[in-house]
Design a binder for this molecule. Structure first.
Ligand SMILES: Nc1ncnc2c1ncn2[C@@H]1O[C@H](COP(=O)(O)OP(=O)(O)OP(=O)(O)O)[C@@H](O)[C@H]1O
Ligand SMILES: [Mg+2]
Length: 234
């Protein structure tokens, strides 16, 4: 039986400013199961990033219920949300968000240095090395981010997202800043990670990349257009 890692039940989000109310999400319900690869696509402004922010506990919904591994995380305090986020979620953004002053090794090690488990330097070294191998960047371990190509920088960001062994990777437009060849390589890395068991939920504009996912969610004006359907074999 599939195990739900993330479960959204009738999630809504209203942004309010003095003169305007934006209903960014209107009753979103779906689950991400262990081992799943879910893509979320839809036109600009349809609510993709808002949805991913709520999934990653970077923002809160204004209605509905959200569970991570069966635990209700709808109304956590900021501190509780940060703790769950650090333990369960790996993020990959369009703009790699690496720290220029740090080497590849230290960028990837960062989540472990702040982890509540306080891993030893030896464990950190082993985990960082293993994650850099997964993204085929072992030979760039001492480089600084600005000495790498965009695609390589995004792969460092993937290694960093993986290093604390999160329950799910949340990915927002991972290829948005890349040429098509580097973008294809990044997508290949994500596909391989999923094949070896990593659960992924990815926002993308690109229909080719959305099609690589096992489950496709289409958003339009804050609602799910098409119920998620498992991709047929092949
Ligand atoms: N902080 C905010 N305050 C007010 N409105 C917001 C805020 N963030 C997003 N919105 C609005 O919510 C809607 C959904 O925005 P969101 O960023 O989720 O879209 P998106 O699907 O990610 O778009 P894109 O493909 O352009 O990245 C938009 O109408 C946007 O203007
Ligand atoms: Mg967006």
């Amino acid at each position: 039986m599939s195990q739900a890692i993330l479960e959204m039940k009738n999630i809504s989000k209203v942004f309010e400013t003095e003169e305007l109310e934006t209903h960014a999400l209107k009753g979103i319900s779906f689950s991400v199961n262990k081992g799943d690869y879910v893509s979320i696509s839809g036109p600009s402004g349809c609510g993709k990033s808002t949805l991913l922010s709520i999934m990653g506990l970077l923002d809160v919904s204004t209605g509905g219920e959200y569970l991570i591994e069966g635990i209700n995380v709808t109304d956590l305090t900021l501190d509780q949300a940060a703790e769950v986020r650090n333990a369960k979620i790996g993020f990959i953004f369009q703009s790699f968000n690496l720290i220029d002053e740090l080497s590849v090794f230290d960028n990837v090690a960062l989540p472990l240095r702040y982890h509540s488990d306080k891993p030893s330097n030896q464990v950190i070294k082993e985990r960082v090395t293993a994650c850099l191998e997964k993204v085929a960047l072992s030979h760039r371990i001492s480089h600084k981010p600005n000495q790498l190509s965009g695609g390589q920088q995004q792969r460092v960001a993937i290694a960093r997202a993986l290093v604390a062994e999160p329950a799910v990777l949340l990915v927002d437009e991972p290829t948005g800043n890349l040429d098509s060849k580097s973008g294809d390589l990044v997508m290949e890395v994500l596909e391989k990670l999923n094949e070896s068991g990593t659960t992924i939920c990815m926002v993308t504009h690109d229909p080719r990349y959305a099609d690589m996912a096992k489950t496709k969610i289409q958003l339009l004006d804050g609602t799910i257009l098409q119920a998620p359907k498992a991709k047929l074999a092949g």
